[in-house]
Design a protein around this ligand. Structure first.
Ligand code: RTP
Ligand code: MG
Length: 135
């Protein structure tokens, strides 16, 4: 089934100059970019995006990280795009993510793990409305 999913290239991806390589993987897989933007978010946008995590111990440093510099946000579309993107991203912790995945190949951190992908159709709908109202 064709799906849309919200993807973030987090500030570490932009700072490290990995935007092109990461986008190339999504495009090579066959996913279509249907919206894309480059911007620095404030704490309010971070809290809204990570609403499920705001009470967690790891959230304050995560908020500092995701507001530390520009993010590239995009909406990708394709068959089973939500699950496909999460498979390409790899496990959350870059130290444990499988080689061949984005995190497995480029991240050595549980926080600075380069990418975000929506985790369900409900999350995708909520996150796309948050990042690209009107899409
Ligand atoms: P994401 O939401 O960014 O796609 O990542 P995910 O589903 O694989 O992981 P999730 O559990 O939703 O966590 C969201 C982001 O929080 C940071 N994190 N830090 N223990 C920690 O220090 C910790 N755990 C998670 C990561 O940046 C993770 O992607
Ligand atoms: Mg998540």
């Amino acid at each position: 089934m064709t799906q849309r999913t919200l993807v973030l290239l987090k500030p570490d991806a932009v700072k490290r100059g990995l935007v092109g390589q990461i986008l190339a993987r999504f495009e090579a897989k066959g996913l279509t970019i249907v919206a894309m933007e480059h911007r620095t978010i404030d704490a309010g946008q971070a809290d809204a995006h990570y609403a499920e995590h705001v009470e967690r111990d790891f959230y304050p440093p995560l908020r500092d990280f995701v507001t530390s510099g520009p993010i590239v946000s995009l909406v990708l579309e394709g068959d089973e795009a939500i699950e496909v993107v999460r498979a390409l991203n790899g496990a959350t912790d870059g130290r444990k993510a499988a080689p061949g995945t984005i995190r497995g190949d480029f991240s050595l951190s549980n926080r600075e793990n380069l990418v975000h992908g929506s985790d369900s159709p409900e999350s995708a709908e909520r996150e796309i409305a948050l990042w690209f109202p009107g899409l």
